[in-house]
Ligand binder design. Structure first.
Ligand code: PGA
Length: 257
């Protein structure tokens, strides 16, 4: 955590929950996190954005989407545009999540188009990247991260990048129960920040928050968050229960037993 950057705790619900479950979750979460000094975010399925964004007005919770189209409008059956998301209250959008890259074949170049579109449409991109286990074992981690960052952010200005959030999510840690150690996470975060520094300069590198994602749980969140280049977490599985997610939000109030 750094003094200069906000601490962000974001949940990614993926394709889970009905509207009824989502509303119940939201009421329970609000009670459990009142008084938190952190920024709390939930990336929820499209159909729940409007209702939850209305409920979130005046609270410390921001509601966002998990994906969007690279086009502003057009004959793209089944797609959703950034301005449609913004209109219903989404304040940010996950882009480049590993499930989009690996299951749906999204490339750095395609993700870059979405980043640029989101910035144009006035919805904050939360760009995710991370290496696979194979890439890590073949010592390709740094090359992969560098390409994901530089290609995914091509044409993005320093000011635009300062308005964004990034997330390092090693693919081998997502949904596997195998978290990166705090040292592994710090090493990767530091590397990513230096890639940004070399391209956009100190001010941007020292301003943009970089979250960690991959099997974050209440038990490991504090040690991760203590790392200097880690500005928060992006939580999948553990964001589905209000109690568990609230424990992560309140990580700095947890008393070790
Ligand atoms: P996980 O997912 O916390 O279940 O590993 C993280 C993510 O996909 O963002």
């Amino acid at each position: 955590m750094s003094q200069n950057r906000p601490t962000i705790i974001a949940g990614n619900w993926k394709m889970y929950k009905t509207m009824e479950e989502a509303q119940q979750f939201f009421s329970e979460l609000l009670n459990l996190v009142s008084g938190s000094e952190h920024q709390i975010r939930l990336a929820v399925p499209f159909t729940m954005i409007h209702t939850l964004a209305e409920k979130a007005k005046g609270t410390l919770i921001l509601i966002g989407a998990q994906n969007m189209s690279d086009a502003s409008e057009g004959a793209f059956t089944g797609e959703i545009a950034g301005r449609m998301l913004r209109e219903v209250g989404a304040q940010f959008v996950l882009l480049g999540h590993s499930e989009r890259r690996h299951i749906f074949g999204e490339t750095n170049a395609f993700i870059q188009k979405k980043v640029v579109r989101a910035l144009e449409d006035g919805i904050q991109p939360l760009l995710c990247f991370g290496e696979t286990l194979d890439q890590r074992e073949q010592n390709q981690m740094e090359d992969v991260l560098k390409a994901q960052i530089l290609e995914g952010l091509e044409g993005v200005s320093g000011d635009q990048l300062k308005s964004m959030v990034l997330a390092y999510e090693p693919v081998w840690a997502i949904g596997t129960g195998r978290t990166a150690s705090p040292e592994q996470a710090q090493e990767a975060h530091h590397f990513c920040r230096e890639v940004i520094r070399s391209q956009w300069g100190d001010d941007v590198a020292d301003t943009v928050p970089i979250l960690y994602g991959g099997s974050v749980k209440p038990e490991n969140s504090k040690a991760l968050m203590d790392q200097p280049d880690l500005d928060g977490v992006l939580v999948g599985g553990a964001s589905l229960s209000p109690e568990t997610f609230a424990k992560i939000v309140n990580f700095n109030h947890l008393v070790k037993t």
